[in-house]
Ligand binder design. Sequence first.
Ligand SMILES: Cc1cc2nc3c(=O)[nH]c(=O)nc-3n(C[C@H](O)[C@H](O)[C@H](O)COP(=O)(O)OP(=O)(O)OC[C@H]3O[C@@H](n4cnc5c(N)ncnc54)[C@H](O)[C@@H]3O)c2cc1C
Length: 298
Amino acid sequence: MSGVISHEFEYYKPKDFGELSELLIQYKTKAKILSGGTDLVVRIKDGFEFPEIVIDIKSISELKELKFDGKDLFIGATVTFNELIESDVVKEKFPLLWEAAKSVASTGIRNRATLAGNICSAVPSLDSGPALLVYEAEVILKSNNGERKVNINDFFLGPRKTVLKEDEFVYGVNVPLPQKKNGGSYVKLGRYNGEDLAQVGIGILILEGNEYRIAHCAVGPVAARAKKIEQLLNGKPLDDPLIEEAKKLIEQEISPITDIRATKEYRIHMAKVMFERGLKAAVNRMNGKGPDYGEKLI
Ligand SMILES: Cc1cc2nc3c(=O)[nH]c(=O)nc-3n(C[C@H](O)[C@H](O)[C@H](O)COP(=O)(O)OP(=O)(O)OC[C@H]3O[C@@H](n4cnc5c(N)ncnc54)[C@H](O)[C@@H]3O)c2cc1C
């Protein structure tokens, strides 16, 4: 990767939605939204993207909001991972999201990288994916025609593909507070501590009454819920034979590939190990025992 951006583009920094919408309507696929730039700038430098127009959304004040109304957490489009980590509400009420945010890259990257940018990049390894899926978050999309809300389950269409239309942008993400006592875990396997993408990522949320929500990233084209495993577990208290039965379903739920970060076989093997550790940690956390959120489980 060279340090120079050789591709030329025009740069706009709209102050409000009206200006942003007009630019998106005018330039359509020629335009790219710039938020933290940790993905987009690298892709422009590396010659994977050639936008004619780059629209920096960081001056739109509404998009900076991170607020909790007692029911939903609203994460505005330009809220960074470090802002999530520094939020007491996120840590106390949505600790699995907090744990996932802490697993992203390094402090330097997290100072710029946004959660909305993470889901818009839609790479299979996105660390925010499993947490948002198990909290059943909703993505709020806006355009000149108004607003629509998309369940995070339906947001990803494939690697780097989402339901976003060319004149739309992500306004923010709503994360509903689970209404029952719960415990969770996000287990991320990387090659080393630091700036590495997930080889496997597993998010687990267990709610009182034996309700299980399980999601994964980096082991299929998109981050997704593990519905077969959830069906098997739901309504049953966790014990070792049940965990063993559930582990047998993992190969049916995931479709990992071999790439520079890991082989398919290694990913399958580790997904099983991580699933078991994540489940046990989530149950313990629900019951007020350790390990603390943020403590490494793998
Ligand atoms: C060294 C390094 C390490 C990394 N490690 C990790 C990691 O451990 N885990 C991980 O998950 N990711 C990692 N990443 C990827 C990256 O940091 C994330 O995907 C980041 O969250 C993207 O957010 P951003 O604000 O920087 O987005 P940008 O780069 O500004 O944008 C990303 C894409 O989303 C679009 N976009 C952004 N915001 C909006 C919006 N509001 N509406 C519509 N489209 C929008 C842009 O047009 C662009 O296509 C890493 C990146 C680097 C460079």
